[in-house]
Design a protein around this ligand. Structure first.
Ligand SMILES: [Mn+2]
Length: 234
């Protein structure tokens, strides 16, 4: 039986992606979908995109892909001095084919029969699926008392969107880095903080199991997540 596999946020962690791939024993006919944020912060955004192209991994837009595509489109913004070092690195690294891959991505992938939707960040539970904004789909983490979406760090009293989400559809997402896979009745969060020194995770739908590899190191510092004080600040 062919498998459907979902992979969490990679952020340029090519060695971990390769090692996860070898543990998944992918065969012809399997479908592999990544939840966005393939690039930035980690060691090689370009190699990760090349790996996806070569292995026909489907992906969606994360906030980091949106950000890089907008910088790429408007080079004038480079002069504003608001570009982070890792964004400069990615901009230098990527070639035409890599940009074309990023440009081909959509905000969601729907598996109709399975009633599953894959999105990078999540959804606002009070809004119909077809009316969700691009910003919400790539950035939401928590919801405030007025029902507005926010970043977790900006709204400490907010409730995670996934706690309020009632399917169908079942939502598979990334963007909110955690130590463990975040499984709820109607959602599955797959960002297990690889670039922050924890794990890269994959979920296999048909057998309902996950496969994880440990990060080789902490590539980027995150105060909530990173285990090592010697991790590079970025
Ligand atoms: Mn993200």
């Amino acid at each position: 039986m062919s498998k459907t596999i979902f992979i969490g946020d990679v952020h340029g962690c090519i060695e971990e992606l390769e090692s996860l791939w070898s543990q998944l024993s992918i065969s012809k006919g399997d479908r592999v979908i990544q939840v966005g944020d393939l690039i930035n912060k980690g060691p090689s955004s370009r190699e990760v995109i090349q790996f996806c192209i070569k292995n026909k991994i489907e992906s969606i837009l994360g906030n980091h892909e949106i950000r890089m595509l907008s910088i790429f489109k408007d080079k004038a913004s480079l002069k504003s001095g608001t570009i982070k070092d890792y964004e400069q690195d990615t901009l230098r690294e990527l070639k035409t084919k890599d940009w074309e891959y990023l440009q081909s991505l959509d905000y969601t992938i729907s598996l109709k029969k399975e009633k599953i939707v894959v999105v990078h960040a999540g959804f606002l539970p009070a809004v119909p699926l077809e009316e969700q904004s691009n910003k919400v789909m790539t950035k939401i983490q928590v919801i405030d008392a007025f029902g507005k979406p926010h970043k977790r760090a900006k709204c400490p009293d907010g409730v995670e969107w996934s706690q309020l989400w009632r399917g169908p559809p079942f939502v598979i997402y990334g963007h909110t880095p955690k130590i463990k896979i975040d499984r709820k009745k109607w959602s599955l969060g797959l960002d297990t903080s690889c670039v922050y020194g924890h794990k890269l995770s994959a979920y296999i739908l048909e057998s309902d199991e996950w496969v994880q590899v440990n990060a080789k190191k902490c590539y980027s510092w995150n105060r909530y997540i990173s285990p090592y004080s010697q991790c590079n600040e970025s």
